[in-house]
Design a protein. Structure first.
Length: 179
């Protein structure tokens, strides 16, 4: 069997990118997916399917995060919460959905040629689709963090108080065995 030169180049590019499309399309394996609440997993699957039916090429990017990672995001200025436990990602009730480019790689649809505050209309459409299935959208709710979707019935402050910060205990009570 002869292998075309473009397959070889694609394999080299994929390896250079940490696995390329396979890794990017296979993000629903591992703790970021497995540690999400079952109802959040179901909503993510619904949103991915609904987005696809509406011509939006999206993928699951991130879900559950350990508090240590949330603390790093806070320190780096990429998170606007002040306490890692105030992120619903830690509680398994939030996920980030991003767009895929033609090669299947993630894209956040940023355009430096547009004025500050410009939002690609595809983000708005995705957020509206999320809202239609009962998710809270970061973009629609607070005007930033368009990839972010969360279950509206959970509030981080309430979970912190009720479970004394024991996010693993909360997840276990909801049938999630954290890995």
């Amino acid at each position: 069997m002869r292998v075309g030169w473009w397959w070889i180049m694609a394999a080299i590019a994929a390896a250079a990118l940490g696995g390329g499309y396979y890794v990017m399309s296979n993000r629903m394996n591992g703790q970021r997916w497995n540690n999400l609440l079952p109802e959040m997993q179901n909503k993510v699957l619904q949103l991915l399917e609904l987005a696809g039916r509406n011509g939006l090429q999206v993928m699951f990017w991130d879900g559950w995060r350990p508090p240590e990672e949330s603390a790093k995001n806070i320190a780096a200025g990429t998170s606007k919460v002040s306490n890692p436990l105030n992120s619903l990602h830690v509680w398994g009730a939030a996920a980030d959905i991003v767009f895929r480019d033609a090669a299947g790689m993630p894209t956040w649809l940023e355009d430096a040629s547009k004025p500050a505050g410009w939002v690609d209309p595809r983000w708005v459409k995705l957020a509206e689709l999320g809202k239609s299935i009962g998710l809270l959208s970061g973009g629609l709710s607070w005007g930033w963090d368009w990839p972010h979707f969360q279950l509206p019935q959970y509030m981080a402050g309430t979970l912190v108080a009720k479970y004394n910060g024991d996010y693993r205990g909360f997840l276990k009570s909801r049938g999630v065995v954290t890995t």
